[in-house]
Design a binder for this molecule. Structure first.
Ligand SMILES: Nc1ncnc2c1ncn2[C@@H]1O[C@H](COP(=O)(O)OP(=O)(O)O)[C@@H](O)[C@H]1O
Ligand code: SF4
Ligand SMILES: [Mg+2]
Length: 369
């Protein structure tokens, strides 16, 4: 039987990407196909290096090409990550995706989730940055064990610090002393955040994770007006008392037009090494309730595990320090689910402007004028 790249491409039309729910050919994931004496090599681009579906796609591709007559099949994986909407006035045009980690509540694990998510995405092969947007309570210097001043090579842009391959920026790097407080008014804080986006040389990044401060304040409003983020993930803990504040942040995001990509339930359950019983110390169901309100998926449930705090305090996120632990696995799964969700979202929505840049004029924002 004579095999042509065209006929083989046709036979790949029935292979689906489970994440996108469409054919890999339609989604533009199939690149060059070469045929030599029945040996077929096909180039396939995954939409994220963190994709948990590569094995399934590869085995379906092999099956389809073998059924079409190939005697040997080689698959060359590449990656092409769909990007957010980047226009000419974008503060960081080299950044394909900006992901906000937010919650109406303090202490629920936003910084922990942001740090471990950044590590998990980076370990999957993506280019990742982490921007500490919590100006009054920066956590990145402690969680990544870095101190030191960002320098500038050209006198124009700051170079971010780097650890575990992740580009980092935090106001903590600019303070004289880690214990000193930032006594700035709101507009200065917002200005500093925009400078961190615009005047830091982030270079080309697949994902820039923003660790936001708690609450529903000015920073989120500023971001919604000045930054075309990909969207936000909302962090909650399971118990009822946390939910009221978290609902407010969901509502805020919805009002200012920030897409909620998904919800993360942190401190969901506890398993000690004594036996396998799962203790739901803080109750259950909080993440699902927030997800329902946000009309977004519950992307992951992270266990409560002392190692998370110990490694965080020691300056190495647990996903880096103990990548085979159960909790690191939960963060890695979360990163895969989020990356997939980002790809689907970008493929569906880029091209149609989603963010209201009118400064709130067209929306019923909770602002007194
Ligand atoms: N899953 C977890 N297991 C154990 N400790 C955790 C977990 N998530 C967060 N922590 C700890 O809880 C504290 C608050 O977390 P943090 O990420 O700083 O919250 P936030 O940024 O929302 O204020 C930190 O000491 C952190 O190490
Ligand atoms: S019952 Fe709970 S605390 Fe006791 S050994 Fe089992 S998991 Fe640990
Ligand atoms: Mg924090």
């Amino acid at each position: 039987m004579s095999l042509s790249p065209e006929s083989l491409r046709k036979s790949l039309e029935r292979v689906q990407d489970p994440e996108l729910g469409r054919s890999i050919v339609d989604a533009g994931m199939v690149g060059g196909i070469t045929v030599t004496d029945g040996n077929v090599t096909v180039a396939i681009d995954s939409t994220t290096p963190a994709s948990p579906h590569k094995d399934k796609i590869e085995s379906d591709v092999r099956a389809a090409l073998t059924a079409a007559g190939a005697s040997n099949v080689g698959v060359k994986w590449g990656v092409r990550i769909p990007t957010r909407n980047i226009l000419s006035d974008d503060p960081c045009p080299g950044v394909k995706n900006i992901v906000l980690v937010m919650s109406g509540k303090g202490g629920v694990g936003k910084s922990t989730v942001a740090a471990n998510l950044a590590v998990a995405l980076s370990r999957s092969g993506a280019k990742v940055g982490l921007l500490d947007a919590d100006m009054y309570g920066p956590s990145v210097p402690t969680m990544f064990g870095v101190m030191g001043r960002p320098t500038s090579a050209d006198g124009q842009k700051f170079l971010p610090l780097e650890r575990f391959g992740i580009k980092l920026m935090s106001i903590g790097f600019l303070l004289e002393d880690a214990k000193s407080a930032v006594v700035w008014r709101g507009p200065m804080i917002q200005g500093a955040l925009l400078q961190f986006l615009k005047d830091v040389d982030w270079g080309e990044l697949d994902y820039l994770v923003l660790d936001l401060p708690p609450g529903t304040g000015d920073i989120i409003l500023t971001i919604s007006q000045k930054v075309r983020s990909t969207g936000a993930i909302v962090v909650t803990t399971p118990q009822e008392v946390a939910l009221q504040d978290v609902y407010k942040s969901v509502s805020m995001a919805q009002k200012v037009g920030i897409t909620i990509l998904g919800v993360v339930e942190n401190e969901s359950y506890f398993i000690c090494d004594g036996c396998t019983k799962r203790h739901e110390l803080f109750g259950s169901g909080g993440g699902a309730k927030v997800a329902e309100m946000a009309e977004a998926p519950l992307l992951g449930q992270i266990p409560l595990e002392p190692g998370v705090r110990e490694w965080g305090d020691a300056g190495t996120p647990v996903t880096q320090a103990a990548p085979n632990s159960a909790v690191a696995k939960a963060f890695i799964d979360l990163a895969g689910a989020l990356a997939g969700r980002i790809s689907v979202h970008n493929l569906q929505s880029v091209g149609s402007l989603r963010i209201d840049r009118s400064g709130g004029v067209n929306r019923h924002l909770p602002i007194m004028r």
